[in-house]
Design a protein around this ligand. Structure first.
Ligand SMILES: Nc1ncnc2c1ncn2[C@@H]1O[C@H](COP(=O)(O)OP(=O)(O)OP(=O)(O)O)[C@@H](O)[C@H]1O
Ligand SMILES: [Mg+2]
Length: 269
């Protein structure tokens, strides 16, 4: 069998904060095979974005090893990593992160210019083909602010695919989209996986997670495989706990004026 596409060993990330060290990732071991489609779930603040930043080389781990294909992500110098990322990982963010002063077409062409992957004369055709595949070729000469959220995310996906990367990573890519646009984005991810790409997506969306072949959960600094049912149960427990805390806070607020009044009358007497 061929080697896993992504190999992660003892991945540790500790942030130094004013309150002391914060151990976010505590020794993750994980293999991801070529062609896997993984949804990564986990409570807010559990370290999902931190984890993705390690895999993409956007941030460096405190300890551990990360290899993506034949690249040692931890040991490669930062200036080489930027170009490596541009060629090998298409990243789709929650807030699209398109360049506002460039047109849609220029946004999609930019990674090709930056990484010099295609011949300059091919780039224009390729950008238009990608926009066409995502159903937004007619928006090519607008700036991103003139597009709906769903259209902007499709531009971001076209940009992520510009250099034909073997891996796609999404960090809550549907967090700002309506149901229809969100389903659309996930159906594009499924298509990418069918074409042999490796897809790793952080999402809180229960409905969309349902159809993803593998679900992993990040809790207490570690990642483990889970099932849709277990992830859904955990998520509803988290929601219940948030609701309970909100109710408790409300109760304290409504109680406190009386308590304040009682205290001040005691004070006056
Ligand atoms: N640069 C940093 N310095 C200090 N602490 C950080 C830094 N980046 C993230 N953290 C902390 O690390 C923890 C994990 O953050 P992270 O953004 O990875 O969580 P997340 O799982 O992506 O959450 P969400 O679902 O809300 O996006 C949080 O407690 C966060 O405050
Ligand atoms: Mg996050």
């Amino acid at each position: 069998m061929s080697e896993p596409f992504v190999q992660i060993r003892n991945l540790v990330k500790t942030f130094n904060t004013p309150a002391g060290p914060l151990n976010v990732l505590r020794g993750i071991d994980l293999n991801i095979n070529r062609g896997d489609f993984i949804a990564l779930v986990g409570p807010s603040g559990s370290g999902k974005t931190t984890f993705l930043n390690m895999v993409t080389g956007i941030d460096a781990p405190t300890d551990g090893a990360i290899q993506v294909d034949s690249t040692d992500v931890v040991k490669t110098p930062q200036h080489q990593l930027t170009r490596w990322r541009g060629r090998n990982i298409g990243i789709v963010f929650q807030f699209f992160q398109l360049l506002p002063t460039l047109t849609v077409f220029q946004n999609v062409k930019m990674p090709m210019d930056f990484c010099n992957v295609y011949e300059p004369k091919e780039r224009k055709d390729r950008a238009m083909t990608l926009l066409d595949r995502l159903g937004i070729a007619d928006q090519a000469y607008k700036t991103p602010d003139m597009l709906s959220g769903g259209q902007q995310q499709r531009v971001a996906i076209a940009r992520a695919l510009a250099n034909d990367p073997p891996m796609i990573i999404g960090d809550e890519p549907t967090g700002n989209l309506d149901r229809m646009s969100a389903a659309n984005v996930f159906s594009i991810f499924h298509e990418m996986r069918d074409q042999g790409r490796t897809v790793l997506v952080v999402t809180h969306d229960r409905e969309l997670v349902h159809d993803v072949p593998q679900i992993m959960i990040l809790t207490d600094g570690l990642i483990e495989a889970t099932t849709f049912e277990a992830a859904a149960k955990r998520r509803s427990q988290e929601l219940q706990s948030v609701k309970r805390k909100t109710q408790e806070r409300r109760a304290i607020k409504t109680e406190s004026p009386e308590r304040d009044a009682a205290q001040s009358s005691q004070h006056l007497s």
